[in-house]
Design a binder for this molecule. Structure first.
Ligand code: PBG
Length: 331
């Protein structure tokens, strides 16, 4: 017998003691579920690179939200899949009166007034160029983008969105949108800023879902270089000064260090976006029998929270919610 004073294994010897000492908890209260909206009300189409994730028409969407609410999920972020013929270079459909996305927001709020709805503010879903900003001669023009985002945000606030989500990475847009919303009387509409959004290969399946890939070039002149961490803090300081209500790191899994850094430097709630490619990788490996998809999902989500995320945007939300709902004890 060795003389070992410190035996960390004592605290791991049963499920009960492990549950007692578990440092990180993850409940449905921490989750926001991203939903893709389809223009045809009755259509439901599965996204091939994201098994289990669909584009929902307005009618079928309401039923899906009802199911999610029954699972305890009460926060959603909405993305529109806009038909090509409605796209143009100024993203004008984003504030069109007949916009199906704005109509859907109104209907969801009528049926489920208690849910928390977050929007997407960026030009790419509506833009014939497939970029988040205004394109001229192949360049993304920051200050011409801001008024477009402003009109889009006011239209969404008017439809009843609780929090707008600028995902575009233009400079100064949080402050600009705060001013525009306030002047239009939407002081209570929050801003979830995509603070540190990196130019990432992990957005691939999302661009399939919305058919929103850039028609030319890439997004590296506005989204961040994934080699950078200090730059995230610079963006954080600006977003705080400009009036963000929640800040976000995106993607999540390859950016756990950035999440902890942002958490350590801010008193605002911190979100992390567990993006489409992170979801797709687990689904693909599990479908091949290479990993246990359920366990890998939980490990991934808990690690994002352990890194410091208060809130996680994840396509796994319903799957995780049913997992914990059906579980009687910790494993
Ligand atoms: C674009 C936007 C993207 C995502 C959310 N908003 C893609 C991009 O920047 O090209 C990605 C989300 C995901 O991959 O799950 N405004």
């Amino acid at each position: 017998m060795e003389d070992i004073r410190q035996r960390p294994r004592r605290n791991r010897q049963s499920a009960v003691v492990r549950a007692l000492f578990r440092e990180t908890s993850l409940t449905v209260d921490h989750l926001i579920y991203p939903l893709f909206l389809e223009s045809k009300p009755l259509l439901k189409t599965e996204i091939s690179s994201m098994p289990g994730i669909y584009r929902w028409g307005e009618e079928v969407l309401l039923k899906e939200i009802e199911k999610c609410v029954a699972l305890g999920i009460r926060a959603f972020v909405l993305f529109p899949a806009v038909p090509d013929e409605l796209k143009d270079s100024s993203a004008s459909y984003s504030w069109d009166k007949n916009n199906f996305y704005l109509k859907a927001i109104r209907r969801i709020k009528q049926h489920f007034p208690e849910v928390w709805l977050v929007s997407d503010v960026a030009m790419d879903p509506y833009s014939s160029d497939g970029h988040d900003g205004w394109v001229e001669d192949g360049k993304i023009i920051n200050d011409k983008t801001l008024p477009v985002l402003g009109q889009m945000a006011v239209a969404q606030a008017d439809a009843g969105i609780d929090m707008i989500g600028p995902s575009d990475m233009m400079d100064g847009r949080v402050g600009y949108l705060r001013t525009v919303l306030d002047r239009a009387g939407f002081q209570q509409t929050g801003i979830l800023s995509y603070t540190a959004k990196y130019a990432s290969a992990f957005y691939g399946p999302f661009r399939d879902a919305l058919d929103s890939a850039p028609k030319s070039g890439d997004k590296k002149t506005y989204q961040m270089d994934y080699a950078n961490r200090k730059e995230a803090i610079r963006e954080l300081r600006l977003d705080e000064q400009e009036g963000a209500d929640m800040v976000m790191v995106k993607p999540a899994w390859s950016y756990l260090d950035v999440i902890s850094e942002v958490k350590a430097h801010s008193t605002l709630p911190v979100a992390a976006y567990n993006v489409s490619g992170e979801y797709a990788m687990i689904k693909a490996a599990a479908a091949n029998g290479w990993i246990d998809g359920t366990q890998a999902m939980e490990e991934m989500l808990v690690s994002i929270r352990r890194a410091g995320a208060d809130v996680i945007l994840t396509y796994f939300a319903p799957e995780y919610a049913s997992l914990i709902q059906n579980r009687s004890k910790y494993i």
